[in-house]
Design a protein around this ligand. Structure first.
Ligand code: ZN
Length: 674
């Protein structure tokens, strides 16, 4: 549960025209087209893979096979997200590629938009809100096109699929987090067989969890729950089990990759992963995770498997994902400096010493270049990742923390001149400090969040790591964000050379409060509450410090010409409030205080002021900035000699969004129903 997802508000405000780093990049990037597609609330960008050509041939081959292993998992995620997703994709792509009518008609255009949305969501639900997409074309249009398809193109149950697409009652939400609802019965994801209830699932896990186990496996991480003869059974995702067809392709490519491993240790990591995919054994997954966490030497690295559990309302089962990457050596200096001071940061935090780690182990951090994004990390992708997720592995063996700088660079370059700061930032001096320092402080915030925030603190003995249940992700993200916010303003960052101006942190503080209280609301539909864990976390923090700072007027809401602005009057007091909340959030996490977590999240993190919401949406809509962004991948082509040996790997960037999606659907059809 440790990933940072960029908010569009962040992405656009990140853009800093007078920041020298940005300006340099923009000048060098004139010929690169970052913009791949735009539809609905989405913009699809391209990212570059700088320095790919500087890798050795063996490293390139390693990357190549790992990218193949990454792309072969795509259909697993589609099926995990919702049981009818793959059949619906087959139907939509069949209609699209066989269409011989008027492509400029309103129905066709609406159909094309819908299909692009489905691709982006890896299924029929929005990747972020998890609401089902509403088609803007007519049911008659789709039924007519299906009737006109050649034999065998449409799935046999097409009529049923059309009903799923058009009936708003069916599979309305992929992940339902609404308080008081049966979260399993009302969520459309495919981690649980239809008919299972939340009470049954919770009782099942309670019955299999060993009490006081210091090294618990990640229960349910790679299984689908079913009921057989009245008893709950787990069906593992593995070779010979669920998703075997796709997993066999992943394993075959991992087998090819391991030949080019950079070291015996890395070869062992790949072998352990293959072993896990073959057996489905979660103890083997822990072995793999430990080996992976301890390998800080390899330049090429990867994530591949069932990792994050945001897609499961109970946070048990992992969605399939993969990211292949290699270390950006010069940029990694920044995170290495933070890591080497990890103990100092832990020691000096405002948290009660009972909840601190006596020894912060193996906090490793690096800046990476993403080479491929796949599964749950594609097309929408995190900008920072910290893994593994198992608390005891992190405590005993450390964790790896990465910042995806070619991704943040693409966001930054693509959002030049979009008018966001002029509309939402209160005055020119604040815009100036954002221009000057937001790019660096935002990157530093990500580094602090990932390499120190998530790695800090400890649970008291006997506290269940899942004690915060539905609020676990929100509280964990708040903890890491607060750690980062608190330290961004610390003179230590100047002392260790990461910032050159004691005022620089104000850029990130302003942006964080603006985003948490206002601009992130542009991602929510009118009338809805905040549901996603990262958004709840940002709202919780911003609203809490606003309220607690009221007596001293720390943050002020200013109305000007009918528009709402945020004004921060006392940045140092704000830092103090971040520290207070960090101490409380760490106490909640360390003691597993569910009641306090529930009270904080429900009071500050969920409810939206409808008037402010409307205003933000109106002002934002005039800017025409897509609230969500994602990426197409580069294309890697193996160059082979006459004997078929790979002699080089080329990377190209010209594939369109539609072409990439159609190609992936054909080429990596991992779970064909035929
Ligand atoms: Zn995080």
């Amino acid at each position: 549960m440790k990933k940072i997802i960029i908010a569009a508000a962040m992405a656009s405000i990140l853009m800093a025209p007078s920041c020298s780093r940005t300006a340099q990049r923009a000048a060098a990037d004139d010929d690169f087209n970052y913009h791949a597609d735009r539809f609905a609330d989405i913009e699809v960008l391209r990212y570059k893979v700088p320095d790919f050509d500087s890798l050795s041939l063996d490293q390139k081959k390693l990357v190549y096979y790992l990218t193949q292993a990454a792309l072969w998992g795509r259909d697993i995620l589609w099926d995990q997200n919702y049981a009818n997703n793959l059949a619906i994709r087959q139907l939509l792509e069949g209609v699209y590629t066989n269409f011989d009518g008027d492509r400029s008609s309103a129905d066709f255009k609406a159909f094309e938009t819908y299909m692009k949305q489905v691709w982006f969501g890896n299924g029929i639900h929005h990747h972020y809100s998890t609401d089902k997409f509403t088609p803007a074309f007519s049911r008659e249009f789709l039924e007519g096109r299906i009737a006109a398809l050649p034999e065998g193109v449409a799935p046999e149950n097409s009529a049923e699929l059309v009903e799923v697409i058009f009936n708003p009652e069916i599979a309305a939400k992929r992940v339902n987090q609404a308080e008081g609802a049966d979260l399993i019965a009302t969520s459309a994801n495919n981690f649980y067989e239809p008919g299972l209830t939340q009470a049954e699932v919770e009782a099942y896990y309670a019955s299999i969890k060993k009490a006081n186990d210091p090294t618990p496996i990640s229960y349910g991480l790679n299984t689908r729950l079913r009921k057989v003869d009245g008893k709950i059974v787990e069906e593992p995702y593995r070779v010979g089990g669920l998703y075997s067809e796709a997993i066999e392709h992943i394993v075959a490519n991992l087998d090819s990759a391991k030949v080019y491993a950079e070291s015996p240790a890395q070869r062992q990591i790949i072998e352990s992963l293959i072993d896990f995919y073959t057996t489905g054994d979660l103890a083997t997954f822990d072995k793999y995770s430990i080996e992976w966490a301890e390998d800080t030497q390899s330049q090429v690295d990867f994530i591949n498997g069932f990792i994050e559990s945001y897609g499961d309302p109970l946070g048990m089962t992992g969605s399939w994902e993969s990211i292949v990457n290699f270390k950006n050596i010069p940029a990694s200096e920044r995170t290495e400096i933070l890591s080497s001071n990890a103990q100092w940061f832990e020691h000096n935090s405002p948290v009660d010493s009972a909840f601190k780690k006596e020894e912060v182990k193996g906090v490793s951090a690096k800046v990476i270049t993403a080479a491929i994004l796949a599964g749950d990390s594609y097309p929408a992708t995190p900008i920072g990742i910290n893994l593994p997720n198992a608390t005891w592995i992190r405590a005993a063996h450390g964790s790896k923390s990465v910042t995806l700088e070619n991704i943040t660079q693409a966001y930054d370059a693509a959002s030049h001149g979009d008018g966001f700061n002029e509309e939402f930032v209160i005055d020119q001096p604040t815009r100036d400090i954002l221009d000057q320092y937001l790019f660096i402080t935002d990157n530093l915030h990500t580094d602090l969040h990932e390499c120190l925030g998530h790695a800090s603190g400890k649970l008291l003995p006997g506290v269940d790591p899942d004690a915060l249940k539905v609020h676990g992700s929100t509280i964990e993200e708040a903890r890491a964000d607060l750690f980062a916010l608190y330290y961004l303003a610390d003179p230590k960052l100047l002392e260790i050379g990461l910032l050159d101006n004691p005022e620089a942190y104000k850029a990130e503080y302003y942006k964080y409060i603006l985003n948490g209280m206002m601009t992130q609301l542009m991602r929510i539909e009118p009338g809805k509450d905040v549901e996603e864990a990262h958004m709840r976390n940002r709202k919780l923090i911003a609203e809490w410090v606003y309220e607690k700072g009221k007596p001293d007027n720390v943050i002020e809401i200013v109305k000007r010409d009918g528009k709402t602005f945020i004004q921060i009057n006392d940045y140092q007091a704000l830092r103090g409030l971040f520290g207070q909340l960090l101490a409380e959030i760490q106490r909640i996490r360390s003691t597993g205080d569910f009641a306090a977590a529930n009270q904080l999240v429900e009071t500050y993190g969920v409810k939206v002021d409808p008037e402010l919401h409307r205003e933000v949406l109106d002002r934002y809509s005039k800017l025409d900035i897509a609230p969500y962004k994602g990426f197409v991948n580069p294309v890697y082509t193996a160059v082979r000699d006459a004997e078929g040996n790979i002699i080089d790997v080329n990377v190209s960037y010209d594939e369109s969004y539609v072409d990439q999606m159609l190609r992936y659907g054909k080429q990596y059809n991992g779970l064909s129903k035929h």
